[in-house]
Design a protein around this ligand. Structure first.
Ligand code: GDP
Length: 195
């Protein structure tokens, strides 16, 4: 997709701050440091719009980015950061659950995973939410440049088996370093909101 505009809109702390123009939304979920900000920046061809290494303290905000006045990316706070307190974690869970349950413009969640590692317990819980709420999910296996090509297949199978991937949920290999998977991921995203 050709990007002619991308803009940070708001760090929303609650539903009253979510945009009300009903553009399709794509949320991004993944553990801290998995490469979520790098992936957003790569998709929109900006070096630094999404903050890389989002501060672990900011567990309460959904960062909204508007792309081409056409869709929003909604960046969830990264999870799995050890130093976050239990009460912060609970607040995080409530905020994300409320969003997933009620957000009508949400088209799909991009679950961002590191291709090198088996999905964590938190990754599995996140995917289980998608199953439970029946929300389409695009699984992105990022950092593909970090392992050799001949290992991709085995790592992808491990991811699929660990989370129990539904057939209809696409999986895309990605690298923010090389740009691999960028065009494919845009095609997949567009297939969820364009006729
Ligand atoms: P976030 O916390 O999920 O937003 O993760 P970041 O986007 O800040 O990335 C965490 C680290 O991984 C940074 O040092 C990035 O440069 C690096 N990184 C992210 N994506 C890739 C990738 O596809 N390939 C490689 N080699 N490094 C990556």
């Amino acid at each position: 997709m050709k990007i002619h505009q991308s803009e940070f809109i708001i760090s929303a702390v609650g539903p009253d701050q979510y945009p009300d123009d009903a553009l399709p939304e794509f949320a991004l979920a993944g553990r801290s440091n998995v490469g979520k900000s790098s992936l957003i920046n790569k998709l929109i061809q900006r070096k630094n719009l999404a903050r890389t290494s989002s501060q672990p303290g900011k567990t309460q905000q959904l960062n909204y980015y508007r792309i081409n006045d056409e869709i929003y990316f909604v960046d969830f706070p990264g999870y799995g950061y050890a130093k976050v307190s239990k009460s912060e974690r609970q607040k995080w869970g409530k905020m994300i659950e409320a969003y997933l349950l009620n957000r009508e413009p949400l088209k799909a969640v991009l679950l961002v995973l590191d291709i090198r590692h088996a999905p964590s317990k938190d990754d599995q819980l996140m995917y289980d939410w998608m199953l439970h709420f029946n929300i389409p999910c695009i699984i992105v296996a990022t950092k593909a440049d970090k392992i050799s090509k001949n290992k991709w297949g085995a790592h992808v199978r491990q991811i699929e088996q660990t989370i129990g991937r539904r057939k209809q949920d696409p999986l895309v290999l990605f690298s923010s370093e090389s740009g691999m998977g960028r065009d494919e991921l845009w095609d997949v995203i567009q297939s969820f909101y364009k006729q």
